[in-house]
Design a protein around this ligand. Structure first.
Ligand SMILES: [Zn+2]
Length: 597
């Protein structure tokens, strides 16, 4: 009896910790924690995921059958029953959303793919799977760019889409809430199958082109003659595929969730992945409920050489091109899927500070599970307790960077990445606006940066330099090697000044009466899969520009403790503004300073 009471109390504790403070409308809204529950041979890790505070779980579902073809009838029924049981279990723990995995393009074992299909299933298809593959310009099937026994199916092929719809329907019928589609890619050469050529014609005509010869051969010739248009078209294939599958899923379950792997294996490939594999995050975001990126090396940390690695700047770029869709990010360090506990917490906080949901990989060796949970769980409880007012607050910025994402078709390097990285290193608070939302930001900004002086941001028709001149705003050409020097002379009173440690980052968010400073220390070294070493930031001086110099209370909240900051200084900057300066003796990993009038 005593045991039961304790269980009930613990349950209430967890519900309070994780659910009540989470006021989002949907389980995947900002801020939520996501998790893959499988890695190599270990899967179904719902328990550790739940204990970390995960609300969206990415399970295998029927993904393996999806890319290998359906197994013999009895085995297929057992697999579905098994997945259904696991989904029910994960939900009974308290995880609200469980997604299944499907691959958008993979056929593994082409020769045996349809060997177990029942006659009534097989007769739905008018062509065999070996005709669903992506094709080169001669119409020959393209080989895999992943190697192995994998063959790439074409996302425009109606029979492949029919097969994928069957897998989506099956997934939803066994209780999964939606699908995470992996590998929505097009071959580097592009696919020239008849369906893609028909869609390419439609793409050109929608842009106003008049095409006389619409034969297959002529369209293939045209694709070769118009490489830029063909690349742009390829970037719409996954978007359209996901849109069709999402609409279909919603016919079965109006709340079905669809997301995909948007790749971005390193921040540097934001443009080049559009060229190579047609991974265009902006296009794909249009048909996803939230946008998942999978980074392979940028988990924030300090390297053994003493340099810092960060993912934050790229979150800001991506958030500027995906509208209001939530961003979800996985980051790992040194290509190891196991991230030690403090580094996991740092990654969670870095993402949180940049309006991004973090995705864990809580697939830990049993002997390490306790240690991982002991560090991650209280950190998440602390963050979720503090998150609600911060989520609805507004991020402050001193400068605006214009990020014309559509420039990707002109070159493979994203120049804006180095600019945001520089601003971030200097703790200069910036906003990033793309073609989609420039106007709103421009109205409020005083200092505008761009990587080219000739950009014409929509909806305007003059260059950005001219636009700034006409509106009495300062323009800084960030393509110059030392643009930050010029910026510093223009930005006399930056919103935040952090002195004493170059590895501390600070972000300001505010409501009408509260200022939040999110601080984190990058000085954490990765030792091994499960071990890290924190070197706390000591004796940091923080000055924050405020407009209301009457301070009521300053609180520093860290996962370790909460303490009032009673010792502070106010330096007037004129009639309205002032600097509030205070001192933090030690910041191990992350902290939130809350300033109230
Ligand atoms: Zn095709």
């Amino acid at each position: 009896m005593r045991h039961i009471c304790l269980t009930v109390l613990l349950l209430i504790f967890f519900l309070c910790g994780f659910q009540v403070s989470c006021f989002s409308e949907e389980a995947w809204d900002f801020f939520s924690l996501h998790a893959f529950d499988h890695l190599d041979n270990l899967d179904k890790q719902a328990e550790p995921a739940y204990e970390c505070g995960v609300s969206v779980l990415y399970a295998t579902g029927v993904g393996v059958c999806g890319y290998m073809g359906i197994p013999p009838a009895e085995q297929w029924e057992n697999i579905k029953r098994d997945v259904q049981k696991y989904v029910q279990h994960a939900k009974s723990l308290g995880i609200p959303v469980v997604l299944g995995y499907l691959c958008s393009t993979s056929i593994v074992g082409l020769e045996t793919f349809d060997q177990n299909w029942q006659p009534e299933f097989k007769q739905q298809f008018s062509s065999p799977p070996n005709s669903w593959l992506q094709q080169n310009v001669k119409g020959e099937p393209l080989l895999s760019w992943y190697g192995g026994d994998y063959r790439p199916a074409c996302m425009n092929h109606p029979e492949w889409k029919k097969y994928q719809k069957y897998m989506v329907k099956t997934s939803l019928e066994i209780g999964l809430d939606g699908i995470f589609f992996d590998n929505p890619t097009v071959h580097q050469e592009g696919c020239y199958c008849p369906y893609c050529m028909e869609e390419f014609l439609h793409f050109l005509e929608t842009r106003g082109d008049k095409i006389k010869d619409t034969s297959l051969n002529a369209l293939r010739e045209l694709a070769l003659k118009k490489p830029v248009e063909f690349k742009k078209f390829r970037c719409t294939i996954a978007r359209n595929f996901l849109s069709e599958l999402r609409n279909y899923a919603r016919e079965i379950n109006p709340k079905a969730v669809i997301t995909t792997n948007n790749s971005l294996n390193s921040p540097e490939v934001l443009f080049s992945q559009c060229h190579r594999y047609a991974y265009n995050i902006k296009e794909m975001s249009k048909s996803q409920d939230f946008v998942v990126i999978e980074d392979m090396e940028s988990a924030p940390h300090r390297t053994s050489q003493g340099t810092t690695v960060e993912c934050g700047p790229v979150y800001d770029l991506v958030n500027s091109i995906i509208g209001s869709k939530p961003l979800v990010a996985v980051t790992i360090a040194d290509r190891d899927y196991h991230t030690p506990p403090n580094l996991t917490n740092l990654a969670i906080f870095e993402a949180f500070a940049r309006n991004t949901n973090y995705m864990l990989w809580p697939i830990w060796e049993e002997s390490q599970q306790g240690k991982m949970l002991q560090t991650i769980r209280p950190f998440m409880q602390w963050l979720k307790r503090n998150a609600p007012p911060i989520i609805t607050s507004k991020r402050r910025n001193d400068v605006l960077l214009y990020f014309p994402f559509e420039e990707w078709s002109k070159h493979e390097d994203c120049k804006e990445l180095n600019i945001v990285r520089k601003l971030n290193q200097l703790n200069i608070l910036y906003a990033v606006a793309s073609e989609d939302n420039f106007k709103g930001y421009f109205t409020e900004a005083n200092i505008i940066l761009a990587s080219e002086t000739g950009f014409i941001p929509p909806p305007y028709s003059t260059s950005i330099t001219e636009l700034c001149r006409r509106n009495n705003k300062i323009f800084i050409d960030a393509s110059r090697p030392n643009f930050e020097k010029e910026l510093k002379t223009c930005l006399l009173h930056p919103s935040i000044k952090i002195q004493g440690n170059e590895m501390v980052r600070g972000i300001i968010r505010e409501t009408s009466d509260t200022v939040f400073i999110l601080l984190y220390n990058l000085n954490i070294e990765r030792i091994s899969s499960y071990e890290d070493n924190i070197i706390p930031a000591r004796d940091i001086s923080i000055s924050v520009r405020i407009s209301n110099p009457s301070i009521g209370k300053i609180l520093l909240s860290t996962p370790e403790r909460e303490q009032d900051i009673a010792d502070y200084e106010i330096t007037k900057l004129g009639d309205t503004d002032a600097y509030l300066t205070f001192h933090i003796p030690e910041l191990p990993l992350a902290g939130i300073v809350i300033i109230k009038p």
